[in-house]
Design a protein around this ligand. Structure first.
Ligand code: ZN
Ligand code: ZN
Length: 172
């Protein structure tokens, strides 16, 4: 793991605009998101600016994942593009401000902020393409490859039961 994904108060006082870049492990994405099969390490670029009050962090992270399509269950490449920003302060005045992270120590590690932005960059229902036709509910064929010819206009059995009830109610 690259150790440049951090900045320090001491450095910011000498250099009010500090750029950082490096790589971050994305192993937790594979562990925790079922649709993510594999993913490269993330490339991270960011900058921290000392405003006189807070250290304002902004940046982007990129990684290339292989995801499972939630409709057709095929693997497909998914580019992850994340953006993050956070404000840090070493002043106790910031304890009341929910938008600012209070820090005790000189060095601030930003791995958790970057990782969170990468988690949010994974679509909740990844699809291999917008018009993916998915799998046939009858035979399981991938409808993107060919139309299998199954009759998929099967009525939900619960709906059938409701129809019976309604027609009984009508005839009474
Ligand atoms: Zn698909
Ligand atoms: Zn079918």
């Amino acid at each position: 793991m690259d150790l440049t994904l951090q900045f320090s108060k001491r450095v910011l006082q000498e250099q009010p605009l500090f750029e950082l870049s490096g790589e971050l492990s994305t192993a937790r994405l594979v562990e925790e998101i079922q649709e993510v099969q594999s993913v490269t390490v993330a490339t991270v670029h960011g900058a921290v600016e000392w405003t006189g009050k807070v250290a304002a962090l902004t940046g982007t992270a990129h990684a290339d994942a292989v995801c499972t399509c939630c409709r057709c269950l095929q693997s497909f490449p998914q580019r992850l593009e994340a953006a993050f920003d956070e404000e840090y302060s070493w002043s106790k005045d910031s304890l009341d401000d929910p938008d600012v992270v209070f820090v005790h120590q000189d060095v601030v590690v930003i791995d958790n902020v970057v990782e969170e932005s990468l988690f949010l960059s994974v679509p909740p229902f990844p699809v291999c393409r917008e018009d993916c036709k998915g799998l046939c509910a009858v035979c399981g064929a991938n409808l993107n490859d060919a139309e299998c010819g199954c009759d998929r206009t099967v009525v939900d059995p619960r709906f059938e039961a409701l129809k019976d009830l309604l027609s009984k109610a009508d005839s009474e």
